[in-house]
Design a protein around this ligand. Sequence first.
Ligand code: BGC
Length: 754
Amino acid sequence: MNSEWSLQQTYFSAQEFRASEGLFTQGNGYLHIRGSLEEHLSDCPQNVEYRRKPTNVTAEKFPNITSRWGTFIAGFMGKHPILNSQIVNLPYVLGLKIFHDGEALDMVHCEIASYSRQLNLRNGVLSRSFVWRTVSGPIITVRFERFISSTHKGIVVQRLKLSSDEDTNIQVQGGIDADVRTNGYDCFSEVFMESAGSNKVYCKVKVDGYSMGILSELISDSGDWEYYQFSKKNGLASIFELKKAIEIVIEKRTELKKIGLEKEDFLADFELEDLYSLTYENLLEEHTKQWDLKWRDSDICIENDPVSQLAIRTSIYHLLRTEVLEKGVSIDAKGYAGEAYYGRYFWDTEIYILPFYIYTHPMSAQKLLDFRINTLDGAKENARKYGYSGARYPWQTDIHGRECCANWQYADHEIHVTADIVYAILHYSKAVKSSYLNEASELIIETGKYWLSRISWSENNSTANLLGVMGPDEYTLVSNNNAYTNRMVKLNLELSAHISKLTGKNNREIKMFEEVAQKLPIPRKGDLILQCDEFETFAEPEFDKYWQDRSKPFASQVSQERLYRTKCLKQADVLMMMYLFPNDFTNQEVKKAWDYYYPYTTHDSSLSLSIHGFIALRLRMHEKAWEIWRKVSMLDLDIKNGSAAEGIHIASCGATWQLAVFGFAGMKTSLETDILTFDPILPKQWKSMSFRINWKGQKVFVRLYHDVCKIKNLSNGNIQVNVSGARGKLNADQEAVFQYRPDVEIEALEEVTR
Ligand code: BGC
């Protein structure tokens, strides 16, 4: 049961809990905490030591545990003995345990009624209430609520309300638990704990060159707090008198703060100390106002389809939650909601996530790209390590720009990420700030140099080949002239040439950039674009024989060796290129590619299906596009299948936004056009769709119906718009209504889209 603004659960299920922990993750761009229970579950240790192997994540089996805590600070990483740098799962700070007459509150073992839990997407407040029928008689009503402050960086605020149907006593313990491992490994070389006054506790954990300081404060009208400490846990405990039908309220506020190792006396530096005068309501109010601002520029309203409405808002919620606040970090593949992929940054950010920020929160988009500029030295080092010139970005990077991927297959061969970054820079520069190309000029030229040193000339110098490459489809290990990679590299080199000309750089190099860009082949056979030179020589995957359980990834049912020698695809590859370079290909070519590759594609990667959604829309396969939309937009909401158990598929959140805006609303990106253009194909299930867009610094509000599009210019200057071929100019504050043609068949569209 869900409203359009909140994710709601009306029952507790141990089986589904871990996925809901991922889905209910809260955060403020800096601090992120999974949706775990305040009182936790018994028999669910978080310090289990195991060796997480550097294996293929798609086929990996994670240790089976009902609840997995996750407290992450963006970019707070530490060493792992086999996996290289990984994000650190910090001590659990939410703990609020409740005991009645020796019985510990536990969702599995106690008698619980009227359970309800909801995450309010509008302001990221997570609340839970239920009735606890205690063994010794009293019926206790429990209400938890918490939020990660969007106005005070490292601060989480919690409130607990308790009442009983008869007079009784209850014990509450609020504390910090540092007995937490990350991916089976204990990252804390030192744990220091102490009491920090009558109602505060302190914990400091040391990780490599840094420490994380944690200060927790408990606030209540009655009760005396007593300090406890054992093993790697500390906290405060107090007994409260519960008078029949009179509610008691306990608050817990915690701040996490990264500190240098040399600093000793720092308690005074904690901001928590300055918040005395603010009540829970004050803090919640300012927090909610900040979220309102975030939503103002990014909400998408869908009329007539509550399921899609909730799904798109869930994706946007996670994108807003992960929006980076500070220099030096990016958005990791699990959206800071789990340990899988070790908190590292992939091409996911530039290709899947970035467009949302470009068109809604452009300043945050730039922070993501600045991260790449700031880690250029790491990319240069990486190129040198492989024996090449220039800069080669790592497949999986940590905050320092080092290659962290422990699997040689991807680290060595999946080189397209370097050109993807340049594509994203071009996108941002065209959409928001043309001078950004200057800021990124060294990156653009150095990556160009890398490609010059990475190509192999054919005998007669007629083609410049990229050999031994893994494209986006990770089920083809090493291939020659992967079409996607070559097309991206061509863009990279063209931009390197362009920037070199502007900066008056070496003519010979400019010629080389241009020549290689021109001579990179896109393999094809007639109208069929080949994924790589040898694609047709691969064996048939024989899905019927080997992929018996379609609810599980193909990769979990066959050996990696079979993946590598057959035509099965993990994810969109040629179609990915066609999505990102729509004007390079005719509809016939796109259709041909769909017909050929779709039956071979397993969609084992969550990055795959969304791209097929765009292609289906381009080919006017409405039913298919709709079916895909449902699956893509609901991916992490599907807690029955445990989708979000290991974290949020944040790339898929970005893709959901793109499918709504670039797909159904048909908005062209600034890479395709200088004029704000819509070619809408609204699903018949929706009555209307409306949203705001930031187009080259100007804001507009768009409301789309099936045959009418209303656009309001929210900026001071004029803006040109184009709706399905009808052009108009809107003055400041002006609203215009465009009629657009109802849906037409693909043949009829041929001329328009070519
Ligand atoms: C996909 C990659 C993606 C990575 C992180 C893999 O399963 O194949 O394309 O970058 O996950 O999301």
